[in-house]
Structure formats: structure tokens, C-alpha cells
Design a protein around this ligand. Sequence first.
Ligand code: S3P
Length: 460
Amino acid sequence: MTADLPVRAAGGPSGAVPMTAYRSGALAGSAPVPGDKSISHRAVIFGGVASGETRIRGLLEGEDVLASVEAVRALGASVARQNGQWLVRGTGNGALLEPGHRLDFGNSGTGCRLFMGLVGSYDFTSTFVGDASLSKRPMGRVLDPLRLMGTQVLAEAAGGRLPVTLRGPRVANPIEYRLPVPSAQVKSAVLLAGLNAPGVTTVVEPVMTRDHTERMLTGFGAEVGIETDRDGARRIAVHGQGRLTGQDVTVPADPSSAAFAMVAALIVPGSQVAIPGVLMNPTRTGLIDTLLEMGGDIAVSNRRLSGGEAIADLVVRSSELKSVRVPGARAAAMIDEYPVLAVAAAFADGDTLMEGIGELRVKESDRLAAVASGLRANGVACEEGADWLKVSGRPDGRGHDGPYGGGTVATHLDHRIAMSFLVMGLASPRPVTVDDTAAIATSFPQFVELMRGLGGRLEG
Ligand code: S3P
């Protein structure tokens, strides 16, 4: 691994790194958040399988993406970091090599599932492993379409879990596949497998999910067709075995990381925080739409394009928030933001209802359960259903059982649970402790430093 990268904080005897957030004065300043995680994974993967050189600026140097860097290396690409940029020299489409060791994706569902697709259509054997969180997550959603393409699943743990060993067919079968769950990871896995199949592989998605894969595939020279059928479903077709050519990629700031600074600025009185260059792809802006509906003061300016993606600068000021109903139709556009939205809702006036969020149960943790128990542990009233959450907010941070805070939150190796509840502590009358912050390094290694720089009181 490259020497000057951020490293995970050392934990105590259990390996856990607890932290406590205290009520803070007004947050102020600029919060430059790191590169988008989804785009970073894809830039590394497409660079690794393209011919020639891909130069990546603004790559997220979090553990999840670094696991993808190691995986493309194991498949024959060369990757170097030079002056803060990443140079990937790819193998050329169809020319990945059989890995000489198991591919370890750590905590990363995106890396694991996208690479299963990428190598699943190759006539070689590969084994996928991950940490305790990833090993609990369902992989069947990717293995099912791969089986239809001719991939053999030589080994899997019960319920389609890691470790998984795949063996691709001599020649993969291009398929048309309708997504049974709205998942950009599954869509991307099938399209990536299609890159090495003769003919056209098509994914049909009834609910639109983040579209970075199809955008970037086009940018790297793949022949990609996108149509909307009569029922409103998107059909994304990739022509296999075409040439991919290395590109210059600039990764915009991650809206899913910006979310923590945004919500902190909204709920800590007197705050004003600027966040430059945030990705504004409409498949990712559901949280901003929701916070605006809640009365959040979020100014969006300087809208522009960067590397084929919309970006803008944000200025967020503390606001009196009111409760809303968040429709299930919006879930895909803010799927990673519900934990921090629940924190905003705890400080909004009234009951906020979030519907159609069953997918939260199969993220890095069961996020519905983790959020509900973290809120309750800190005095916030909430109700949890199979696929919904209702949070009863109090703008003054005083629940029925007394002032918010005073509890410890179990983070279950989930970076977004850890960051969300640290944000909660910055606005709560009593401190909020999270049991382990180590997983924050998977997506946002600078989180603690950045929040302290704005004036947040975080003590480890
Ligand atoms: C991602 C897709 C989403 C999201 C994840 C990143 C991606 O997962 O939760 O953090 O980069 O494709 P699903 O595809 O499971 O919805």
C-alpha cells in the first residue's frame, strides 16, 4: 500500500476506537469533502480494464477504494500514486489475469459486487472475502444473474454470503436482466460482466438508481444504449468485447459525505458552512431535496459540469426544521443518507416518516435497527417498521425522557452510523458516544479533523 495514505486509527484491546461528541458552538468555515466513493471505485475499475493510462484526480483515498486498487492490481493492472493523482495502466478489455490470491474487499459491498461482475465472465477462478460486516451481506443478488451468464459459483457460505469462489465460463452468455431490487451495484455487476460477453447484455431497471457506471462506460468508449420502455423502466444495453480506452477522470466531492457537514450545519445553531464542488447528479440529491422541504437553508450556486457530472457549491446555514414524509420513490436517490436524515429529523418539529427503506437492512449494518436503537439510546422517540421509520423530533433537543444525549451508540462496523451519531452529539444537550469510529476510514478518513476544523467538539 502507498506510504503516505491516511491510516485507520489504532484501537484499544478490542480494536474499537470510541469517540464522544459534545454540544458545540456555531460551526463555521469551508468543508472540502473527499471524492465520491461510487465514482472512485468505478474510475479504478474502468481504468484497470481499459487499454492505456487512466489518470484520476480527487480519488477518495478511503479503505473501500484502496481495496479496489488492490483488486485491480491482482487482476493485472498497474496502479501508482503520483503527486496526489492516481495513474492506472489497464490490461485492456477481455485481458484481465487470474488473481494469484483471494480478493479482500474489507467493508466494501460496492467493491465486492462490482468486481464479482467484472471477473465473473472470465474463464478463471477467483475468491472473494471481506470483514465481518461484508460477510453478513447478501451476494445472491449478484450471483443469480452471473449464473445466467454461465458463471459457476464453486463455493459460497450459507445464504449466498462470503467467502464466494467463482469460475467464469469459456464464453459468457449475454443476458437481459430485470433488477429484482433497485440496486446500482447489481446493475453495474451485470454490465461489467457484459463487457466480456459476446453480443449485447441488457439491464432493465424499473426504478432508476445511480447511473455512474453507464456514464463512465460511455466515457471510456464502450457502446452503451439507454432507453426508457413503455412502462417507464430504463433499459441499459452494453455491447460486449469492445475496446475501452483509458481516460482522465476528475472525481467530484461525495454528496454522501457532504451530508454529515450539511446536517451538522443545519442543527447546530448559528452555523454557516460552505461545501465546494459537490456532485449534483439527480440520482444522488434526494437528501438535499428532503432537507429543503424541511425548511433547510441550503444555497446551491455555481452549477457546472465536471467530467460529465453536474457539480455545485453549497452553503448551509442553521435552520428551524419541520417534519416531512419522505416517499419511498425517493429512496434510491438518498439510500445512504437515511441515518443522517434521521438525526436531522430528531431536531425537526413533529413526526418525520421515511417509507420504502427496507434496503437499509442489508447495508454495512441493519441501518434501520441501528438508527432506531441509537436514537432511543439518546432520548429520541421513534418507531420502526419492516421498511419504514418514524422519528418524533424536538427542535430544542429535549425528548419526553429528558434532554437528548447521554447514550452510547453501537455502530456495528458501519461508518455512516458512526458519523451520523457524532453529528447528533454536536447539537444535543448531553454528549453522544459512539462505540467505534474505526470504520469511518472506509469512506471519509478526514471526517473527525474536518468537523473539528468547523468547530465541532469531538473527543476520542
Ligand atoms: C452504490 C450503490 C448503493 C449504495 C452504495 C454505493 C454504488 O448500493 O448504497 O453505498 O456505488 O453502486 P445498492 O446498489 O445496494 O443500492
